[in-house]
Design a protein around this ligand. Structure first.
Ligand code: R5P
Length: 311
């Protein structure tokens, strides 16, 4: 087995390799003067089971091209099996046509990864589970929930917890976390714009008074969803609001927004390499998931069960 890395999240790739007690494959993934991606593998990979670790996060198009070109290089170097490991799978939110004459970019990206030569995909908390069906190759979708639940037990155990979905679409994810937290009660933030031009109204479904609320979502991007929901929960009498989010996209002024929000803490995983602003934030904490991904890789290589990781 070999672990190769693109440039999007080298610290995570190194941590995964360290968990597996392997060195990273000796390769250079670099740019020509005009920014074209060039990949050169400096060791023999013929007949190897190779896992390419690359989050397709910002700059998503460059990182996606790096992933595709790494896979192409491995295929042409006769690797036996190539697994695209995308701790963060970008473009996932474009998984349906929101209107006429719009693309389904998540499906296009799935096609590109397959055509490049990947034999399998390993992702973490895909925006929608159905994206697995966009691939006609085996796709494992890992959940960060067990890592989050262990952290919540350690930090907030003993408090009167309430798991909150920041929107109606996230209820299944929230319920799964609540189950891991000894069946904690569930609340939902229901955002509604009654009439065009009027501002959105946040209705809280569930009684959050006096509760330590834990919001869960797959992505924090601009921070709008979470920060507004946190404010609405505090206004409804919550004792505190923390958030556990799989992928800290945190674009634009998101970190500033989080720092100034009603959130007591935002916990993200290291699926996306943190910026300096994220690392400097006193409100944001990063949960490592290298062990989770490393263990799934070990099991895929050994052909043992991956799903039992989540029992
Ligand atoms: C949406 O469906 C996702 O699950 C997140 O809720 C969304 O991407 C968060 O975006 P933002 O932080 O920009 O509100």
């Amino acid at each position: 087995m070999k672990i190769m890395a693109g440039n999007s999240n080298l610290p995570l790739a190194r941590d995964i390799a360290a968990y597996l007690e392997l060195p990273l494959t000796d390769a250079s993934v670099r740019r020509f003067a005009d920014e074209e991606v060039f990949v050169e593998i400096h060791e023999n990979v013929r007949g190897e089971d190779v896992f390419v670790v690359q989050s397709t996060s910002y700059p998503c198009n460059d990182n996606l091209m790096e992933l595709l070109i790494c896979i192409d290089a491995l295929r042409r170097a006769s690797a036996k099996r190539i697994t695209a490991v995308t701790p963060y799978f970008g473009y996932a939110r474009q998984d349906r046509k929101p209107g006429p004459r719009t693309p389904i970019s998540a499906k296009l990206v799935a096609n590109m990864i397959t055509v490049a030569g990947a034999d399998r995909v390993l992702a973490v908390d895909l925006h929608a589970g159905q994206i697995q069906g966009f691939f006609d190759i085996p796709t494992d979708n890992l959940f960060a929930a067990p890592v989050m639940a262990a952290d919540i037990h350690a930090r907030l155990g003993g408090q009167s917890l309430m798991v909150v979905s920041p929107d109606v679409g996230g209820v299944v994810r929230a319920r799964a976390l609540a189950k891991r937290l000894d069946n904690a009660p569930l609340a939902i933030v229901d955002k509604r714009r009654e009439r065009a031009g009027e501002s959105e109204v946040m209705n809280i479904i569930g009684d959050v008074k006096g509760r330590a609320c834990i919001m869960i979502d797959d992505i924090i991007d601009s921070g709008g969803t979470l920060c507004n929901a946190a404010e609405a929960l505090m206004a409804a009498g919550a004792e505190s609001v923390s958030a556990y989010i799989s992928h800290g996209v945190l674009s634009g002024k998101a970190v500033e927004r989080v720092n100034a929000s009603a959130l007591k803490e935002l916990v993200i995983t290291d699926s996306i390499l943190a910026t300096d602003a994220t690392r400097a934030s006193k409100t944001i904490r990063i949960l490592p998931i290298a062990e989770l991904i490393g263990e799934a890789i070990r099991r895929i290589a050994d052909e043992s069960s991956v799903s039992s990781l989540f029992d």
